[in-house]
Design a protein around this ligand. Structure first.
Ligand code: NDP
Ligand code: GDR
Length: 373
């Protein structure tokens, strides 16, 4: 029997990898996409199928996590075996600017889905995955963080996700639903949104290397994160829904690096050696050596990174380090891609794009490069 999955957030980083993964497993995949004034399906265009074909395995529905009747109608039509709730206003810094919207979508959106499943009488059929986050730990109480580490969220995003976490547990306990949380630590890829720190760095330095941007402006580069690859992590999201009983799992690599180290790796991929000097908001990164020909626009002595306090957050999560022991023990999961290899993959992709833009620019076909992030 073909299984049917519904993914909210299918146009995002994880949604696109998960859709690919489920299609390969033979699922019929339905996704909810938001109406936008321009196309927003770039990450899934390669798996898009003509809806006029009777055999299309990927089907998209217009919708929004803020719209109860829309979610209920889609669930009623699709009758999914599995729901993956990946949709969210997922940017921590933006959640300080739009806290109410973030709560509506990230917290109440989860409730709307769970309640729709119950209202439609699907609670015995439909399994539910909630995209929970290491941001729940916030001001960390224990190192490394496990499934039992207490939460102390530090942003409107994390507080909203805390509601989503507990309402998922509550529907499991109250109604016997198969509903579980994946507490995922940061995971990245060449498809990562351009304003998250890793992609901002790989894309920014790739652009700088080709003369498309002058300098990278960063926030807190002392911040420590446990970075994995999105492809490894979506595999786990599926595995969590294939167990006999629903449980919550931490998904992490168990290794931690600073944002400064990620900048150093990225620079090295471009053949650049950097010297970090100055303190706090005056810190800069200057090129001290160049090897190879990947950065034709740069020379020794160029400053490629400065601090801009605009990117500091009102409350910061300074350090996160996950312990994936339970996922390894129960699900047999281990991450396959290291943070360094992931960085290399991201740089290679962003360099390809930057070189294309530089070539167009050299022929008078300038494309705007957005510097905001
Ligand atoms: P992205 O920001 O790349 O994707 C978010 C998705 O949610 C996009 O498809 C977006 O649509 C959609 N979305 C945003 N607002 C709404 C809304 N109001 N209604 C319906 N859909 C909406 O996030 P990721 O793929 O990186 O993350 C997936 C999930 O996992 C998120 O919930 C995130 O909070 C969580 N998470 C992510 C981690 C990470 O490191 N990546 C770690 C832990 C948790 P559009 O394309 O139109 O913007
Ligand atoms: P995070 O990811 O907040 O952990 O949330 P992000 O990549 O945005 O930040 C990581 C750390 O880097 C610091 N930082 C900067 N961040 C951004 N975006 N831009 C900068 O210029 C910059 N300079 C330093 C941040 O302060 C932070 O400490 C991500 C999201 O995917 C969430 O949805 C998810 O839940 C968590 O990861 C786990």
């Amino acid at each position: 029997m073909t299984k049917t999955a519904l993914i909210t957030g299918i146009t995002g980083q994880d949604g696109s990898y998960l859709a690919e993964f489920l299609l390969e497993k033979g699922y019929e995949v339905h996704g909810i996409k938001r109406r936008a004034s321009s196309f927003n399906t770039q990450r899934i265009d390669h798996i898009y199928e003509d809806p006029h074909s009777n055999h299309a395995h990927l089907k998209l529905h217009y919708g929004d996590l803020s719209d109860t009747s829309n979610l209920t109608r889609i669930l009623s039509e699709v009758q999914p075996d599995e729901v993956y709730n990946l949709g969210a206003q997922s940017h921590v810094a933006v959640s300080f600017e739009a806290p109410e919207y973030t709560a509506d979508v990230d917290a109440l959106g989860t409730l709307r889905l769970l309640e729709a499943i119950r209202f439609l009488g699907l609670e015995r059929k439909t399994r539910f995955y909630q995209a929970s986050t290491s941001e729940l730990y916030g001001l960390v109480q224990e190192v490394p963080q496990t499934e039992t580490t207490p939460f102390h969220p530090r942003s409107p995003y994390a507080v909203a996700k805390m509601y989503a976490y507990w309402i998922t547990v509550n529907y499991r306990e109250a109604y016997g639903m198969y509903a579980c949380n994946g507490i995922l630590f940061n995971h990245e890829s060449p498809r990562r949104g351009e304003t998250f720190v890793t992609r901002k760095i790989t894309r920014g330095l790739a652009n700088i290397s080709q003369g498309l941007e002058p300098c990278l402006y960063m926030g807190n580069i002392d911040s420590l994160r446990d970075w994995g690859h999105a492809r490894d992590y979506v595999r786990m999201q599926w595995m969590m829904l294939q167990q006999e009983t629903a449980e919550d799992f931490v998904i992490a690599t168990g290794k931690q690096y600073s944002v400064r180290e990620f900048i150093t790796w990225t620079a090295a991929e471009l053949g650049l050696t950097l010297d970090f000097s100055g303190e706090g908001v005056h810190e800069t990164a200057t090129i001290t050596a160049i090897t190879g020909d990947r950065a034709p626009a740069l020379k020794v002595g160029d400053v490629v990174m400065r601090i801009d306090p605009r990117y500091f957050r009102p409350a910061e999560v300074e350090t996160l380090l996950g312990d994936p022991a339970k996922a390894k023990r129960v699900l047999g999961w281990t991450p396959e891609i290291t943070a360094q290899d992931m960085c290399a993959e991201m740089v290679a992709e962003d360099l390809k794009t930057a070189r294309r833009h530089a070539l167009l620019k050299a022929h008078g076909l300038d494309l705007p490069v957005s510097l905001e992030g």
